[in-house]
Design a protein around this ligand. Structure first.
Ligand code: FAD
Length: 339
Protein backbone atom coordinates (compact mmCIF):
# COMPACT_ATOMS: atom_id res chain seq x y z
CA UNK A 1 0.00 0.00 0.00
CA UNK A 2 1.31 3.47 -0.88
CA UNK A 3 2.53 5.47 2.10
CA UNK A 4 0.17 8.29 3.12
CA UNK A 5 1.52 11.73 2.23
CA UNK A 6 1.72 14.09 5.19
CA UNK A 7 0.21 17.58 5.16
CA UNK A 8 1.84 20.90 4.38
CA UNK A 9 2.59 22.91 7.52
CA UNK A 10 3.35 26.57 7.98
CA UNK A 11 4.93 27.95 11.15
CA UNK A 12 2.96 31.07 12.03
CA UNK A 13 4.98 33.93 13.37
CA UNK A 14 3.03 36.43 15.46
CA UNK A 15 3.80 39.38 17.69
CA UNK A 16 1.15 40.35 20.26
CA UNK A 17 -1.43 38.45 18.21
CA UNK A 18 -0.56 40.13 14.88
CA UNK A 19 0.44 37.58 12.26
CA UNK A 20 3.59 38.36 10.27
CA UNK A 21 2.92 39.01 6.57
CA UNK A 22 5.43 36.33 5.59
CA UNK A 23 3.41 33.68 7.45
CA UNK A 24 0.28 34.59 5.49
CA UNK A 25 2.29 34.55 2.25
CA UNK A 26 3.46 31.05 3.18
CA UNK A 27 -0.08 29.90 3.98
CA UNK A 28 -1.06 30.94 0.42
CA UNK A 29 1.95 29.13 -1.06
CA UNK A 30 1.36 26.15 1.25
CA UNK A 31 -2.19 25.88 -0.02
CA UNK A 32 -0.95 25.74 -3.61
CA UNK A 33 1.57 22.97 -2.74
CA UNK A 34 -1.01 21.06 -0.70
CA UNK A 35 -3.48 21.15 -3.60
CA UNK A 36 -0.84 19.60 -5.88
CA UNK A 37 -0.17 16.86 -3.32
CA UNK A 38 -3.84 16.32 -2.48
CA UNK A 39 -3.25 17.02 1.23
CA UNK A 40 -4.25 19.67 3.77
CA UNK A 41 -2.64 22.99 4.69
CA UNK A 42 -2.07 23.27 8.42
CA UNK A 43 -0.79 26.12 10.55
CA UNK A 44 1.38 25.75 13.64
CA UNK A 45 0.48 28.65 15.91
CA UNK A 46 2.28 29.09 19.22
CA UNK A 47 1.99 31.85 21.84
CA UNK A 48 -0.21 33.04 24.67
CA UNK A 49 -3.76 34.23 23.93
CA UNK A 50 -3.32 33.87 20.18
CA UNK A 51 -6.60 32.09 19.34
CA UNK A 52 -7.77 35.39 17.79
CA UNK A 53 -5.44 34.68 14.83
CA UNK A 54 -7.25 31.53 13.80
CA UNK A 55 -9.98 33.09 11.60
CA UNK A 56 -7.36 35.00 9.60
CA UNK A 57 -5.46 31.76 9.01
CA UNK A 58 -8.62 30.06 7.73
CA UNK A 59 -9.33 33.08 5.51
CA UNK A 60 -5.92 32.76 3.83
CA UNK A 61 -6.32 29.04 3.26
CA UNK A 62 -5.51 26.91 6.33
CA UNK A 63 -7.63 23.79 6.77
CA UNK A 64 -6.48 23.19 10.31
CA UNK A 65 -4.61 25.14 12.99
CA UNK A 66 -2.48 23.42 15.64
CA UNK A 67 -2.95 25.86 18.49
CA UNK A 68 -0.44 25.80 21.36
CA UNK A 69 -1.25 28.43 23.99
CA UNK A 70 0.89 28.74 27.09
CA UNK A 71 2.37 31.70 28.98
CA UNK A 72 5.81 30.08 28.62
CA UNK A 73 5.57 30.56 24.85
CA UNK A 74 5.51 34.34 25.14
CA UNK A 75 7.72 36.12 24.25
CA UNK A 76 9.35 33.89 21.63
CA UNK A 77 12.42 31.94 22.69
CA UNK A 78 13.80 29.18 20.54
CA UNK A 79 13.99 26.18 22.92
CA UNK A 80 10.31 25.86 23.94
CA UNK A 81 9.16 26.59 20.38
CA UNK A 82 11.46 23.90 18.96
CA UNK A 83 10.25 21.39 21.57
CA UNK A 84 6.55 21.96 20.84
CA UNK A 85 7.14 21.77 17.08
CA UNK A 86 9.23 18.59 17.40
CA UNK A 87 6.49 16.94 19.50
CA UNK A 88 3.97 17.86 16.80
CA UNK A 89 6.19 16.55 13.99
CA UNK A 90 6.63 13.20 15.76
CA UNK A 91 2.87 12.89 16.34
CA UNK A 92 1.57 14.03 12.94
CA UNK A 93 4.41 13.53 10.42
CA UNK A 94 3.96 16.45 8.02
CA UNK A 95 5.38 16.26 4.52
CA UNK A 96 6.53 19.88 4.36
CA UNK A 97 7.22 22.56 6.97
CA UNK A 98 7.64 26.19 5.89
CA UNK A 99 9.18 28.98 7.99
CA UNK A 100 9.66 32.66 7.12
CA UNK A 101 13.30 33.66 6.69
CA UNK A 102 12.92 36.21 9.49
CA UNK A 103 15.03 36.61 12.61
CA UNK A 104 12.78 34.13 14.44
CA UNK A 105 12.48 31.71 11.51
CA UNK A 106 16.21 31.72 10.93
CA UNK A 107 16.77 30.78 14.57
CA UNK A 108 13.97 28.26 14.93
CA UNK A 109 14.13 26.32 11.64
CA UNK A 110 17.78 25.16 11.99
CA UNK A 111 17.09 24.12 15.59
CA UNK A 112 14.13 21.99 14.52
CA UNK A 113 16.05 20.57 11.53
CA UNK A 114 19.00 19.58 13.71
CA UNK A 115 16.73 17.94 16.32
CA UNK A 116 14.95 16.06 13.55
CA UNK A 117 18.26 15.28 11.81
CA UNK A 118 16.66 16.55 8.63
CA UNK A 119 17.71 18.88 5.85
CA UNK A 120 16.89 22.57 5.66
CA UNK A 121 17.18 24.96 2.74
CA UNK A 122 17.47 28.56 3.85
CA UNK A 123 16.26 31.70 2.09
CA UNK A 124 14.20 30.10 -0.67
CA UNK A 125 12.67 32.38 -3.27
CA UNK A 126 10.39 29.81 -4.88
CA UNK A 127 8.96 26.35 -4.18
CA UNK A 128 7.24 23.81 -6.37
CA UNK A 129 6.35 20.13 -6.43
CA UNK A 130 7.98 17.85 -9.00
CA UNK A 131 9.35 14.36 -9.47
CA UNK A 132 13.08 13.87 -9.01
CA UNK A 133 15.53 11.28 -10.25
CA UNK A 134 18.69 10.85 -8.23
CA UNK A 135 20.83 9.37 -11.00
CA UNK A 136 23.91 9.07 -8.81
CA UNK A 137 22.17 6.77 -6.33
CA UNK A 138 19.76 5.31 -8.86
CA UNK A 139 16.67 6.38 -6.94
CA UNK A 140 13.55 8.19 -8.05
CA UNK A 141 11.18 10.26 -5.99
CA UNK A 142 7.67 11.45 -6.81
CA UNK A 143 6.12 14.68 -5.56
CA UNK A 144 9.26 16.15 -4.02
CA UNK A 145 9.54 19.75 -2.88
CA UNK A 146 11.83 21.68 -5.23
CA UNK A 147 13.56 24.27 -3.04
CA UNK A 148 14.69 27.16 -5.18
CA UNK A 149 17.13 29.86 -4.08
CA UNK A 150 19.97 32.00 -5.41
CA UNK A 151 23.43 30.48 -4.89
CA UNK A 152 27.07 31.44 -5.52
CA UNK A 153 26.46 35.08 -4.66
CA UNK A 154 23.30 35.22 -6.73
CA UNK A 155 25.01 34.14 -9.93
CA UNK A 156 22.90 31.00 -10.31
CA UNK A 157 19.44 29.97 -9.19
CA UNK A 158 19.77 26.55 -7.56
CA UNK A 159 17.04 23.95 -7.24
CA UNK A 160 17.68 21.89 -4.13
CA UNK A 161 16.07 18.54 -3.37
CA UNK A 162 16.25 17.13 0.12
CA UNK A 163 16.31 13.34 0.08
CA UNK A 164 16.40 13.05 3.86
CA UNK A 165 13.30 11.99 5.75
CA UNK A 166 10.30 14.30 5.79
CA UNK A 167 9.36 16.91 6.66
CA UNK A 168 10.96 18.89 3.89
CA UNK A 169 11.99 22.06 5.71
CA UNK A 170 12.73 25.46 4.27
CA UNK A 171 12.87 29.10 5.23
CA UNK A 172 11.39 31.44 2.64
CA UNK A 173 12.26 35.07 2.11
CA UNK A 174 9.75 37.70 3.08
CA UNK A 175 7.75 39.30 0.29
CA UNK A 176 8.55 36.78 -2.46
CA UNK A 177 5.37 34.69 -2.32
CA UNK A 178 2.09 36.14 -3.53
CA UNK A 179 -0.53 37.04 -0.95
CA UNK A 180 -3.95 35.87 -2.17
CA UNK A 181 -7.17 37.69 -1.33
CA UNK A 182 -8.51 36.38 2.00
CA UNK A 183 -11.94 34.78 2.16
CA UNK A 184 -13.33 35.33 5.63
CA UNK A 185 -16.17 32.90 4.86
CA UNK A 186 -13.71 29.97 4.88
CA UNK A 187 -13.66 27.84 8.00
CA UNK A 188 -11.35 25.12 9.28
CA UNK A 189 -10.61 23.11 12.38
CA UNK A 190 -8.54 23.90 15.45
CA UNK A 191 -6.43 21.20 17.07
CA UNK A 192 -5.46 22.26 20.63
CA UNK A 193 -1.91 21.25 21.51
CA UNK A 194 -0.82 20.22 24.98
CA UNK A 195 2.43 22.08 25.74
CA UNK A 196 4.89 19.79 27.50
CA UNK A 197 8.07 21.60 28.54
CA UNK A 198 10.83 20.67 30.94
CA UNK A 199 13.23 22.95 32.84
CA UNK A 200 15.76 22.39 30.07
CA UNK A 201 13.57 24.21 27.56
CA UNK A 202 12.54 27.08 29.81
CA UNK A 203 16.05 27.93 30.96
CA UNK A 204 16.13 31.22 29.02
CA UNK A 205 14.15 34.05 30.62
CA UNK A 206 13.53 37.31 28.80
CA UNK A 207 14.01 40.05 31.37
CA UNK A 208 13.44 43.12 29.25
CA UNK A 209 12.62 43.99 25.65
CA UNK A 210 13.82 47.31 24.29
CA UNK A 211 12.31 48.59 21.06
CA UNK A 212 14.47 50.35 18.51
CA UNK A 213 13.79 54.12 18.42
CA UNK A 214 12.16 53.93 15.03
CA UNK A 215 11.26 50.71 13.33
CA UNK A 216 12.17 50.55 9.67
CA UNK A 217 9.23 49.36 7.59
CA UNK A 218 10.75 48.84 4.17
CA UNK A 219 8.38 46.06 3.20
CA UNK A 220 5.28 48.16 3.81
CA UNK A 221 6.71 51.36 2.26
CA UNK A 222 5.17 52.69 -0.96
CA UNK A 223 8.14 54.96 -1.65
CA UNK A 224 11.78 54.05 -0.94
CA UNK A 225 14.81 56.27 -1.47
CA UNK A 226 17.91 54.08 -1.30
CA UNK A 227 21.51 55.16 -1.03
CA UNK A 228 24.59 53.23 -2.06
CA UNK A 229 28.34 53.53 -1.86
CA UNK A 230 28.13 56.47 -4.26
CA UNK A 231 26.63 58.55 -1.44
CA UNK A 232 30.20 58.83 -0.19
CA UNK A 233 29.85 59.13 3.59
CA UNK A 234 27.60 58.67 6.60
CA UNK A 235 27.12 62.43 6.85
CA UNK A 236 26.06 62.63 3.21
CA UNK A 237 23.31 60.07 3.83
CA UNK A 238 21.39 63.12 5.13
CA UNK A 239 20.62 63.83 1.46
CA UNK A 240 18.90 60.45 1.15
CA UNK A 241 16.92 61.05 4.37
CA UNK A 242 15.92 64.54 3.16
CA UNK A 243 14.58 63.23 -0.15
CA UNK A 244 12.76 60.37 1.61
CA UNK A 245 11.18 62.84 4.00
CA UNK A 246 10.13 65.18 1.20
CA UNK A 247 8.42 62.29 -0.60
CA UNK A 248 7.00 60.65 2.54
CA UNK A 249 9.08 57.51 1.97
CA UNK A 250 11.45 55.16 3.79
CA UNK A 251 15.23 55.03 3.48
CA UNK A 252 16.84 51.95 1.94
CA UNK A 253 20.48 51.13 1.30
CA UNK A 254 22.84 48.85 -0.56
CA UNK A 255 25.04 46.42 1.31
CA UNK A 256 28.13 48.46 0.47
CA UNK A 257 26.61 51.43 2.33
CA UNK A 258 25.65 49.19 5.26
CA UNK A 259 29.10 47.56 5.37
CA UNK A 260 30.70 51.01 5.38
CA UNK A 261 28.79 51.70 8.61
CA UNK A 262 26.81 54.59 7.11
CA UNK A 263 23.41 53.07 7.90
CA UNK A 264 21.96 50.11 9.86
CA UNK A 265 21.41 46.69 8.34
CA UNK A 266 17.60 47.04 8.81
CA UNK A 267 17.71 49.36 5.79
CA UNK A 268 19.51 46.91 3.49
CA UNK A 269 17.68 45.93 0.33
CA UNK A 270 18.68 42.85 -1.62
CA UNK A 271 19.56 39.21 -1.42
CA UNK A 272 20.77 39.38 2.16
CA UNK A 273 18.49 42.27 3.07
CA UNK A 274 14.81 42.90 2.51
CA UNK A 275 12.85 42.26 -0.70
CA UNK A 276 10.70 45.26 -1.53
CA UNK A 277 8.02 46.10 -4.12
CA UNK A 278 7.16 49.77 -3.56
CA UNK A 279 5.31 52.02 -6.00
CA UNK A 280 8.50 54.08 -6.38
CA UNK A 281 12.14 53.10 -5.74
CA UNK A 282 14.81 55.76 -6.16
CA UNK A 283 18.32 54.25 -6.28
CA UNK A 284 20.97 56.88 -5.57
CA UNK A 285 24.63 56.02 -6.13
CA UNK A 286 23.87 52.29 -6.37
CA UNK A 287 25.60 50.33 -9.14
CA UNK A 288 22.88 47.66 -9.50
CA UNK A 289 24.58 44.40 -8.54
CA UNK A 290 22.59 41.17 -9.03
CA UNK A 291 22.32 40.90 -5.25
CA UNK A 292 20.84 44.39 -4.86
CA UNK A 293 18.48 44.05 -7.83
CA UNK A 294 17.20 40.71 -6.44
CA UNK A 295 15.54 42.75 -3.69
CA UNK A 296 14.09 45.69 -5.64
CA UNK A 297 13.63 44.91 -9.34
CA UNK A 298 9.91 44.18 -8.83
CA UNK A 299 9.28 47.79 -7.77
CA UNK A 300 6.57 49.41 -9.91
CA UNK A 301 8.68 52.43 -10.94
CA UNK A 302 12.43 52.68 -10.53
CA UNK A 303 14.42 55.89 -10.85
CA UNK A 304 18.22 55.55 -10.77
CA UNK A 305 20.70 58.36 -10.24
CA UNK A 306 24.26 57.46 -11.14
CA UNK A 307 27.28 59.25 -12.57
CA UNK A 308 28.19 56.20 -14.67
CA UNK A 309 25.98 55.89 -17.79
CA UNK A 310 26.96 52.20 -18.02
CA UNK A 311 25.86 51.34 -14.45
CA UNK A 312 23.86 48.07 -14.45
CA UNK A 313 21.12 49.72 -12.34
CA UNK A 314 20.00 51.52 -15.49
CA UNK A 315 18.99 48.22 -17.07
CA UNK A 316 16.27 47.72 -14.42
CA UNK A 317 15.37 51.42 -14.07
CA UNK A 318 12.36 53.00 -15.77
CA UNK A 319 13.95 56.47 -15.54
CA UNK A 320 17.72 57.00 -15.71
CA UNK A 321 19.33 60.16 -14.41
CA UNK A 322 23.02 60.27 -15.32
CA UNK A 323 24.42 62.76 -12.88
CA UNK A 324 25.95 63.47 -9.49
CA UNK A 325 23.49 62.73 -6.69
CA UNK A 326 24.88 65.71 -4.77
CA UNK A 327 23.43 67.97 -7.48
CA UNK A 328 20.41 65.93 -8.56
CA UNK A 329 18.87 65.19 -5.14
CA UNK A 330 18.71 68.84 -3.93
CA UNK A 331 17.10 69.75 -7.27
CA UNK A 332 14.53 66.97 -6.84
CA UNK A 333 13.71 68.13 -3.30
CA UNK A 334 13.38 71.73 -4.47
CA UNK A 335 11.15 70.76 -7.39
CA UNK A 336 8.96 68.59 -5.19
CA UNK A 337 8.58 71.27 -2.50
CA UNK A 338 7.71 73.86 -5.15
CA UNK A 339 4.69 71.79 -6.22
P1 FAD B 1 29.14 50.15 -5.70
O1 FAD B 1 29.06 48.90 -6.48
O2 FAD B 1 30.47 50.61 -5.26
O3 FAD B 1 28.46 51.29 -6.58
C1 FAD B 1 28.45 52.64 -6.28
C2 FAD B 1 27.80 53.35 -7.46
O4 FAD B 1 27.69 54.73 -7.16
C3 FAD B 1 28.60 53.25 -8.76
O5 FAD B 1 27.76 52.77 -9.79
C4 FAD B 1 29.04 54.70 -9.03
O6 FAD B 1 29.06 54.99 -10.42
C5 FAD B 1 27.96 55.49 -8.32
N1 FAD B 1 28.40 56.81 -7.86
C6 FAD B 1 29.56 57.17 -7.28
N2 FAD B 1 29.54 58.48 -6.94
C7 FAD B 1 28.32 58.94 -7.32
C8 FAD B 1 27.71 60.21 -7.22
N3 FAD B 1 28.32 61.24 -6.65
N4 FAD B 1 26.46 60.34 -7.73
C9 FAD B 1 25.82 59.31 -8.32
N5 FAD B 1 26.36 58.07 -8.43
C10 FAD B 1 27.59 57.90 -7.92
N6 FAD B 1 24.29 44.10 -2.00
C11 FAD B 1 23.12 44.70 -1.70
O7 FAD B 1 22.90 45.89 -2.00
N7 FAD B 1 22.15 44.00 -1.02
C12 FAD B 1 22.30 42.71 -0.65
O8 FAD B 1 21.39 42.15 -0.02
C13 FAD B 1 23.54 42.05 -1.00
N8 FAD B 1 23.73 40.76 -0.68
C14 FAD B 1 24.89 40.15 -1.09
C15 FAD B 1 25.06 38.77 -0.87
C16 FAD B 1 26.20 38.14 -1.28
C17 FAD B 1 26.34 36.67 -1.03
C18 FAD B 1 27.22 38.89 -1.93
C19 FAD B 1 28.45 38.19 -2.41
C20 FAD B 1 27.06 40.23 -2.15
C21 FAD B 1 25.91 40.88 -1.73
N9 FAD B 1 25.73 42.26 -1.95
C22 FAD B 1 24.52 42.81 -1.66
C23 FAD B 1 26.83 43.11 -2.40
C24 FAD B 1 26.77 43.42 -3.90
O9 FAD B 1 27.46 42.42 -4.62
C25 FAD B 1 27.45 44.78 -4.20
O10 FAD B 1 28.76 44.76 -3.71
C26 FAD B 1 26.72 45.98 -3.59
O11 FAD B 1 25.35 45.92 -3.91
C27 FAD B 1 27.32 47.25 -4.13
O12 FAD B 1 26.73 48.34 -3.50
P2 FAD B 1 26.68 49.74 -4.23
O13 FAD B 1 25.99 49.62 -5.52
O14 FAD B 1 26.17 50.74 -3.26
O15 FAD B 1 28.25 50.09 -4.40
Amino acid sequence: MAEKIGNVWVFIEQEAGKIADVSLELVCKGRELAAQLGVKTEAVLLGDNVAGCVDTLFAYGCDNVFLAEDSRLEPFTVLPYAKVIMDLIRAHKPNILLFGATLKGRELAPRVASEKLGGLTADCTDLRIDDFEDKKNNKSYTNKLMQIRPAFGGNIIATIVNTWDDPQMVTVREGVMKLDEPDFGRKGTVTPVEVKLTDAETVIKVLERVRADKEVDLKGAQIIVAGGYGVGSKANFKLIYDLAEALGGEVGASRAAVDAGWIDHDHQVGQTGVTVRPRLYIACGISGSIQHCAGMSESKKIIAINTDPGAPIFSVAHYAIVGDLNTVIPQMIKAFKAK
